[in-house]
Structure formats: structure tokens, C-alpha cells
Ligand binder design. Sequence first.
Ligand code: GAL
Length: 677
Amino acid sequence: MHPAAPSPAPRGLHRLAYGGDYNPEQWPEEVWSEDVALMREAGVTMVSVGIFSWARLEPRDGEYDFGWLDRILAMLHEAGIRVDLATPTVVPPAWFYRAHPEALPVSREGVRWEFGSRGAICHSSPAYQEAAARITRALAERYAGHPALAMWHVHNEYGVPVLECYCETSAAHFRRWLHARHGTLDRLNEAWGTAFWGQAYGDWEEIQPPRLTPTTANPAQRLDFARFADDSALENFRRERDLLHALSPGVPVTTNFMVSPTQCDTIDYWKWGREVDIVTNDHYLVAEDDRNHVNLSMAADLTRSVAGGRPWLLLEHSTSGVNWQPRGIAKRPGEMARNSLAHVARGSEGAMFFQWRASRAGAEKFHSAMLPHAGTDSRIWREVTELGRGLEALAPVRGTRTVADAAVVWDWESWWAQKLEWRPSEDLDARERAEAHYAALFDRHLTVDFVHPEGDLTGYPLVVVPALYLATAAAGANLRAFAEAGGTVVVSYFSGIVDAYDAVHPGPHPGVLRELLGLTVEEFQPLRSGESVRLTGPDGAELTADTWAETVTARGAEPVWLYADGPAAGRPAITRHRLGEGTAWYVSARLGTSGLDTVLAAASADAGLPGRDHLPHDLELVRRSGERGEYLFAINHADTDAKIPLPAPGTELLTGETTGGPLVVPAGAVRVVALEH
Ligand code: GAL
């Protein structure tokens, strides 16, 4: 975090945040008073204003129009609604691009994107950087002391819809970045393995971004370019943040993340999480997935982890369907509240939406909103006002922290590396493995923190490594030290293979994880599409796997499951290695749901984790705890009522009922119990 960081909570907000993106510039001013009155009716406490307003704020170069923003901020302030005020730097105005067409980004194929949607930015463009700094400064100078100002919202979702730019300005910037990273050309040539295919560089000016090449480009060059692109956006964020800190001291600065790898995969949020005063996130359901609440929980846990366990804020989700998925499936009654409160359970200090009022025009008019086209006589509006009341009742949870049972290792860099071309199987999918392991832990009612591979693992009984293709020696040592000190680790296949530049670690696979796992992998055995293999285990039990198998040699590890058929028949498939005080499991094949559950049950037993088999399926149970109290969130995603034991009597905050015995959570409902201790 920034050294002079303001306190990590929206200034002047003493309740949970509830509201959404508010775009008053899309509406005649007559509508604004109705907006504000309805916000009060809904229990709105904060709105995000001005995210896409640059053209309205600076209609011509250097000519500002702040009158409308003054008026709406005054109205919001009078109504007691706090403002998350944006710098509008995600969409420079048309006049800017006319003067600076070179600030439009260029694709890998060499095509320049045009103005007319949003987010068309070359992050290396000096003209963009100067113009962004000017509008940021103008806003900060005018509104730093505004009584409605709760926090600054820089830009919008860095990383999407386009991050990488391959223009000449970016190329020169990339070379400067490489120089700072590698120091000498010799080191760069070594790291990139340029001896292969005769790619050695003799002069920095010879190096280009990995533009379109006849066949696969150098993977290390691509990986460094992905890092560079991420850093170039981060430099622009820092520039705005530092200006805001200087001109508007004490007001926290955020930029809305999209940590879910289903939505944005170009940003290394481990890095960005340290740069913002408050971590905020946007999350949208994968609407057609019938268990999309699991993906939601994963995104929320990942966001909290990126925030270092501190409270964070859900800045956008949807009240119902969205316009940008193949089908804008509407949420079922109660689903919006379950979604919002699941984020709160996992650390969010509120629930905000895109957007307040459904637009009439433009690309997103078929996106749901808090105030839908149907108006207030609608299911969505009734649920929105009910949720507002619920969040008001949940104010006591503010500042408490979600309690995790286990950790999952996740690394964006590793994922970038694994996604490059020419891997042993195109079916290898790091995100799919992370999601499958997360779902298996969710179904065992375990709350998960995510950790960087080199991050602090102290205190977790169980650490799961679903897919860590790129792993540094430090990551290997970290996991090994954790196990030796008594922890339990589960590692899935194709992990520990390459270093930070996509070069295979010396010696047999799995490189830096060999000692932890007590085995070597002689050969990868990718399976044919549709092929599966059988595994036999303790007491003759059977599991099946598909996609991937390996020829494993145990070197200290105990083979627990063997391949019964397929290319590695007779060899160890799942192993367990005792080292120091702890245990490391290895899974060399792609297991389905029940196989993963079997392995995680065994590893959980090693880790001494409580069995929670008595809890109903799809009953999400999460605890937030702090000095002022302990809160149990029970979210019933199933269509039958659930009954669960309570560790202590308490008061249910949404209904106000006191409860001592088992808690009944009706089908589709949420209960939050303040436990007495
Ligand atoms: C977000 C974006 C919003 C809106 C929303 C629609 O990614 O920040 O501006 O476009 O998606 O779901």
C-alpha cells in the first residue's frame, strides 16, 4: 500500500455501502430529483459518479463544465448519500483522439482500434498520460474538499477490454522496461533462451513487442510483454493516484478490479492489491452455469486475498441479467440478495451494482439495473429496497474479517505462461483446475484464502496447489518449508515445471516441487480427447481420470492410487509424501468431482480439518469475526429448507429473531447470526 495511505474505508460512510454506478449525464436534470428520492427509498448509501464523463466535463480541450456535477453532488450530499467520484480517464473525448490518433491502441495484428466504444487506450502514449493528468488534477482541485466525497474511483477496470498495445511508442516503452528488468542484453538473451531458433539480440533497438509472427513467438518474450503491459497500466494508475493523494489528502483511492479470471486475465492483482487504498471488485455471474454461486464465492475469496485479508468492497454486480453474455438470464427471486450477501460474508463492506437506473440508449440498455425500465412496480425494485433494509441491519459486521480454513495457491503469471501456445496438451487449463479444486473445497464447507506461491502460508492447516506450471525456486522452497513445519499440501499435475521465463527447471519434472513431493515425472501422458483412465486405490476403490496422466516414479512418496490402465498402467497416480512434520499429496491425473473430493477428504484428515459432512449441500456457511463480534452467514442456495447447528446462541440480524437451537435457513434464503460469546 502507498506509504501515506488514507484509512481503507470510504470516508464518512458509517453503514455498509449500497448503491451503484450513477450516470446522471445520461438523463435530463428533471429526472435527478426522482433518482435521489428513490435512492433514499431503496436505502442507497453511496453511488459511483462520473466514470464515463470526460466528454461532458471537458467538452473542448481545456474548457471545463463542472456545473452539472456541482449540482448533482449537492443533491446527493443533501440526501446523505456518499459519493465515489471517478476520474473519467477510461474514455478520452472524441476531440482528444482527433488531435492524437496515435493514442489509440494497436492490436498484435497491427490494426489500430478506433474511437466509438470505450477503453481504447495506448497506456504508453504521452498525450494520453498528459490529458489524463490534467482532468484528474482539475477534478481533484475542485472536489477534494467536497463534503459528499467518500473516495476516488480511478479509471474503470484497467485491463479490459484491451490492455496490450503494439504500436511504436509502446515498443520503445517495452525496450526501456526490458532494460530496467534485465540490465544487460546478455541477461535478456539468456532469460529468453534466444539461442533457440537463432533469435539472439545484439542491440536493444532490435527488440520488438511479440507482434504477429509466422509461427509461435518466443514464449519468454510474450510473457515479459504481458508483464510490461500490466505494468504500463499500473504506471498510469499510480500517476493518477499520486496526484489525488497530493491534492486530496486523506481520501482513499481505488480502482475497480475484476479479479475473476473468467472476466479479466491480463492484470496481476497481487501487485495491484498493494497499490490501492481500498480493494474494490466487480463481479458478474456466469449466468448459464447452474452453480454460478461457487464462482462468485471464489471471486470474493480471491478479492479478499488480494486485499491481504482486509475488508474490501464489491463495487459492481448486477441485479439481474446482463447484456454482454450470450443469454441475459434473469436472476431468480432471492438470487440477487444471496449474491450480494455472499460477497459481504466473504469480506465485502457492502454491495454495489452496475448501475442505478437502466439506460435508454447506448450499448448497455439491456443490462439490468437497480431501477429497471419497468420502474418501481417491479420484482427487481421490491428486492432492491428489501436488500437495502437488510444491509442496514448488517451494519455491525463492518470492519470484521472473514475466517478461512484453508489456502489455495494462485498466480496470474503462472497462468499467463501456461496459456501460451505449444503446451503438451491443448486441454490443459489452469483456470479449470483452480475452479474444480475450489468447488471441491466449497462442497466440503471450507472457506478459502488464496495465496501467492511465495506468500506467507503460516497458520493454514491445508494448502492446495491446483495448477502452478510456472513456479520459482522460492515458491518451491516456500511450500516445502510449510510442509516440513507440519502443513498438508495437495499439488495437482503439471506444476513446478518452468521458471519465470518459461524455461524448464533443470532435472526431471516437477522441477522445484520434486523434493516436496518425493517423486519424479518421467513422461507426460496427455490423453486423447474422450479417453479416460482408471485408478485403483485403497481397498480396491476405483476412480476415473481424463485429459492427462503421467509416468511417475515415487522417490520417497508412498503410492496411494495406481493407474489401472492407460499409458501409465501400474505406475503411481496419486501419492502421499511424509516430510518433516507434514505431508504432501500429488495428483498426476485430471480427476472429476468425486475423485477430487476423495483426495481432499484424505488430505483434510491429514491436516486435522473438521469434517463438515453433516451440513447440507449448497448451504454456504461463512464466518466474519472481529473485536466487536462474530457473525455467521448461512446462505441456502438449494430449493429445500436447511437446518444447521449453531456454535452459540445469537440474534439473527435480518429478521431480528433470537435463536438458541438449530438455525432454519429457508430454501433460497440468507440468515446472518450475531453469535453471543
Ligand atoms: C463492467 C463495467 C461497467 C458495465 C458493466 C456491465 O465490467 O465496469 O461499466 O459495463 O460491466 O456488466
